[in-house]
Design a protein around this ligand. Structure first.
Ligand code: NAD
Length: 482
């Protein structure tokens, strides 16, 4: 291993990009290309960390546990607030970097992701997990404490690398743990900057960032000195994470894939909902765990709805996220782009009605996929059963409440869902959906104090809220004989 680079220089967002281990910036022996998905041009080299770097990061995190967990909540809060301030001072550069490596529009989604993430760090820094007194009488006192776990491994995906990374960093650190963060190899750059900024304001070893391939994710999950894995990614990888963590009975939180249904009832004011439903289905080009992936519209309004929805979608622009005119950016990586090509080929081969889009222009530079609507494909079609993770949406017609509930629930996924229409029926349907979150006449609202997680194969445990915070702790019961 590798030259150590001093950390007292200002952060330079043009590169080079380094690992951060024990408060030091380090090169890896090799690097890998990070392309801009809008152009295909390589924008940076990311360090390709291997077992040596990963082990060094875990060792540094382990060595820092005693001193970091020994600080008071107020002291850790002060550090995290400084971290939020330091991130904030690089807000614009981070948003540009996010668009350049991830593709989402700079002036809308990238800026709001960075702002939301920094807000999260600042707010979570104010949270505590108080000691609960269960019993306190003349003879006996019982206290329940929530103590740090030790080293937390965080593994993140490529669709929201900034928000989902800092959603893990802030609660893990405020509760007294230290961390090794491993970002997706598709979007390592913003996370490497988090490490670089942390090296300037947090004590050494508290937050370490190692980029590299999937195999270092697996090593992190298997590592005997890592107490917990907080993972966001696909269901298939989540299952592997669970198996890899069994060796030392790791605590595991899994935020996984989804196939969220939105249900528009016959009495919904459906015309006014179209912009919201569009954003919720197509925001981030559909690369969103909680994107609307199946839109069920009552049969009495279905065909009018499809016509109006298509008209609205046709006004939107797919392009380079750095262009202020762009509504939807490219697909983040060629692996996902190829998956979408296969999905589109299936839609065409089966002759489903496609009132908008449907043809991917492979000669266009960049991973661009057009906004695509599929009208009433069969319930067992790939576009209904699978998580497409792209700007393609099936709009399905339904007749009865029981039928739509059964169809919405007929999936291994259970992440989110939404119901739109008269309050009484919408609330009744919301109660019947088998998902971790259901929104009624609104969508995609999150909160620091609002737990978020999936049912069934969409996850295990939650992030955010009191439960999300205690998920980074061990419960410890103290009993006193008086
Ligand atoms: P992915 O599962 O391919 O990769 C996620 C992360 O896991 C990456 O950092 C990757 O390097 C790492 N990884 C790969 N193999 C590993 C292994 N064997 N052990 C440990 N780590 C390993 O997912 P992705 O394609 O990056 O992300 C898209 C998926 O994430 C979608 O299914 C989406 O729905 C889901 N997602 C879920 C949420 C949520 O909160 N529920 C949020 C965002 C994305």
């Amino acid at each position: 291993m590798t030259a150590v680079i001093p950390t007292d220089n200002p952060v330079d967002f043009t590169g080079p990009y380094r690992l951060s281990i024990n408060g030091e910036l380090r090169e890896a022996t090799t690097t890998f290309d990070v392309p801009n998905p809008a152009t295909g041009a390589v924008i940076a080299q990311a360090p390709d960390g291997g077992a040596d770097e990963l082990n060094a990061a875990v060792a540094a995190a382990k060595a820092a546990v005693a001193s970091w967990s020994g600080l008071s909540w107020e002291q850790r809060s002060a550090y995290l607030t400084r971290y939020a301030d330091a991130l904030d001072s690089h807000r614009d550069e981070l948003a540009t970097l996010l668009t350049t490596e991830q593709g989402k529009p700079r002036h809308t989604m990238a800026a709001s992701e960075v702002d939301a993430a920094i807000f999260w760090v600042r707010e979570v820094a104010q949270r505590t997990v108080p000691v609960e007194v269960i019993e306190d009488d003349d003879d006996h006192r019982v206290e329940v404490h929530h103590v740090p776990l030790g080293v937390v491994g965080a593994i993140t995906p490529w669709n929201f690398p900034v928000l989902l990374g800092l959603w893990k960093v802030a609660p893990a650190l405020i509760t007294g743990n230290t961390m090794v963060l491993k970002p997706s190899p598709y979007t390592p750059l913003c996370s490497l900057r988090f490490g670089e900024i942390a090296a300037r304001v947090l004590p050494p070893g508290v937050l370490n960032v190692v980029s590299g391939g999937n195999e270092i994710g697996q090593l992190l999950c298997e590592h005997p000195d890592v107490a917990k894995i907080s993972f966001t990614g696909s269901t298939a990888t989540g299952k592997k994470v669970m198996a890899s963590g069994a060796g030392n009975l790791k605590r595991i939180t899994l935020e996984l894939g989804g196939n969220d249904a939105a249900i528009v009832l016959a009495d919904a004011d459906w015309k006014s909902l179209i912009p919201k439903l569009f954003d919720a289905a197509f925001g981030n080009s559909g690369q969103w765990c909680i994107a609307i992936k199946r839109l069920y519209v009552h049969s009495s309004i279905h065909s009018q709805f499809v016509d109006e929805f298509v008209k609205y979608c046709a006004t939107k622009t797919v392009g380079d996220g750095m262009d202020p005119q762009t509504d939807l950016g490219p697909i983040q990586n060629t692996m996902q782009y190829e998956k979408l090509r296969s999905m589109f080929a299936d839609i065409e081969a089966n002759g489903y009605r496609v009132p908008l889009g449907g043809q991917i222009d492979v000669d266009r530079p960049g991973n661009f996929v057009p906004i695509t609507i599929v009208d009433n494909p069969p319930e067992d079609s790939r576009i209904v059963r699978e998580e497409p993770f792209g700007p393609v949406l099936p709009i399905l017609s339904f007749d009865t409440e029981d039928e739509v509930v059964a169809r919405a629930n007929d999936t291994e996924f259970g992440l989110g869902g939404s119901v739109w229409g008269g309050r009484e029926q919408a609330a009744r349907i919301a109660g019947r959906l088998e998902t971790g979150t259901v929104w009624v006449n609104e969508i995609h609202i999150h909160g620091i104090d609002v737990p978020f997680g999936g049912h069934k194969c969409s996850g295990l445990g939650v992030e955010n809220g009191a439960e999300g915070l205690t998920g980074f702790t061990n419960t410890k019961t103290l009993m006193f004989h008086k």
